[in-house]
Design a protein around this ligand. Structure first.
Ligand code: HEC
Ligand code: HEC
Length: 294
C-alpha cells in the first residue's frame, strides 16, 4: 500500500472508532441510570433527552460526566466498597500489617497505632470529609483531606489509580488489597458517597428529615432480629462500658449511616443499599435508633 493509501486507511479506522464511541455514548445516555439514584437529592443521573434531537450544552456536559464516572457498578460491589472503607482488614479477613500506614507519620494529632491507621475512615472520616467534617476536631483529627470532593469529581479510573499509589507512593494499597477490592472501593467512592452535611445536623447530631415512626417499622422488620427490639441484644462495647445500636446512632450518626447503608464488615449484617432501601429509609431508621437505649 502507498504511504498515502495507508494514511487514508488509518484515518478511516479512526473515524469508525469515533463513530462507535459516539453511538455507544448515546446509547448510554438514554440507558442505564446509577443504582437507585443513590446520591440522594444530588443524584440526578443520566439524560432524559428524547432520541434524535441535538443535545444541549448541559446535556453534553452531563453525558461527559456520566462517561467519566464509568459503568454503573452493582449495588453489591458498591456496598462491599463501603465496608472495605470502614475496615478492610475485617472485611477481607486479611492479616493486619504490623506497622503503621506510611502516611500516618505525616501527622501527630491522632495517637492511634497499628490497624486503625490503615482504615480509610480513620484518615478520611465516616462522613467522607476528613478534616472538613466530623473529624475536624477531637482525638480522630489528622488534618488529612476527605474523599467526598475527589469521589464526586474524579473518574473511577483516576480513583483506582489513587488507591494504587499513582499520585502518592505512600498511598499504595495494592500490596494489601486485591484488584477486585480496589475496584469496589473505587466504585464506592465514585457512586456511593453522599453529602452528609445535608442529612445530619453537625451541632446536634440529629438527622435532618428522618421520621422515627417509619423507622420503628423498618427497625422491627430488619434490625430487631439481631439487635433486639430494645437494641440491647448485641453489646459492641464492654460490660463496664456497653455500646449498643442506640449508642452509635446517638454518638456517631455518620458511622451509623455507613454501617446501615453498606453493612458491618466481616459479618452477615445486611446492607440497606443491597436490600433496596433508599436514603429516606435509612434516615428514618437513624431517627428511631436514636430513641433506643444508649
Ligand atoms: C494513613 C492515612 C490514610 C489512609 C489509611 C488512607 N488515606 Fe487516602 N489519603 C490520605 C492522604 C494524606 C491523602 C492526600 C495524599 C496526597 O497528598 O497525595 C489521601 C488521598 C486520598 C484520595 C484523593 C483525595 C483528593 O482530594 O485528591 C482518595 C480518593 C483516598 N485518599 C481514598 C482512600 C481510601 C479509599 C482509603 C482506604 C483504602 C484511603 N484513602 C486510606 C491518607 C490516607
Ligand atoms: C443478621 C444480624 C444483623 C442484622 C439483621 C443487623 N445487624 Fe447490625 N450488627 C450485627 C453484628 C453481628 C454487628 C457487629 C457486632 C460487633 O462488632 O460486636 C452489628 C453491628 C452494628 C452496628 C455498629 C457496631 C459498631 O461497630 O459500632 C450498628 C450501628 C448496627 N449494627 C446497626 C444495625 C441496624 C440499624 C440494623 C437494621 C437496619 C442492623 N444493624 C441489622 C448484626 C446484624
Amino acid at each position: 500500500m502507498s504511504k498515502k493509501g495507508y494514511l487514508l486507511a488509518v484515518l478511516g479506522v479512526l473515524v469508525l472508532v469515533a463513530g462507535v464511541l459516539i453511538l455507544g455514548a448515546c446509547t448510554g445516555a438514554q440507558g442505564t441510570q446509577g443504582p437507585q439514584g443513590e446520591r440522594g437529592p444530588q443524584g440526578e443521573r443520566g439524560l432524559q433527552g428524547s432520541p434524535g434531537t441535538t443535545p444541549s450544552q448541559a446535556e453534553l456536559k452531563a453525558l461527559i460526566a456520566e462517561v467519566l464516572r464509568g459503568t454503573p457498578s452493582t449495588v453489591a460491589a458498591i456496598a462491599r466498597g463501603g465496608r472495605l472503607y470502614d475496615n478492610w482488614v475485617e472485611e477481607t479477613k486479611a492479616t493486619a500489617p504490623a506497622s503503621n500506614q506510611p502516611l500516618w507519620a505525616l501527622q501527630t494529632t491522632n495517637a492511634r497505632t497499628g490497624i486503625d491507621t490503615w482504615r480509610c475512615k480513620e484518615c478520611h472520616g465516616w462522613d467522607y470529609k476528613g478534616k472538613g467534617g466530623a473529624y475536624s476536631k477531637g482525638s480522630h483529627y489528622t488534618g488529612f483531606v476527605g474523599v467526598y470532593d475527589a469521589g464526586t469529581s474524579k473518574s473511577q479510573e483516576q480513583l483506582l489509580g489513587i488507591l494504587k499509589g499513582a499520585t502518592n507512593a505512600r498511598h499504595d494499597f495494592s500490596q494489601v488489597l486485591d484488584e477486585q477490592s480496589l475496584n469496589e472501593l473505587a466504585a464506592f467512592l465514585s457512586q456511593g458517597l453522599i453529602n452528609e452535611t445535608a442529612y445530619i445536623d453537625y451541632a446536634t447530631k440529629k438527622p435532618i428529615g428522618g421520621t422515627a415512626t417509619n423507622g420503628a417499622q423498618l427497625y422491627s422488620g430488619v434490625c430487631a432480629a439481631c439487635h433486639g427490639a430494645d437494641g440491647k441484644q448485641i453489646n459492641f462495647g464492654s460490660a463496664e462500658e456497653p455500646e449498643y445500636v442506640g449508642t452509635v446512632a446517638a454518638d456517631n450518626p455518620w458511622e451509623f449511616l455507613n454501617k446501615v447503608r453498606y453493612g458491618q464488615p466481616g459479618t452477615t449484617m445486611p446492607s440497606g443499599l443491597v436490600s433496596g432501601w433508599n436514603l429516606q429509609n435509612v434516615m428514618d431508621v437513624l431517627a428511631y435508633a436514636q430513641t433506643l437505649s444508649q
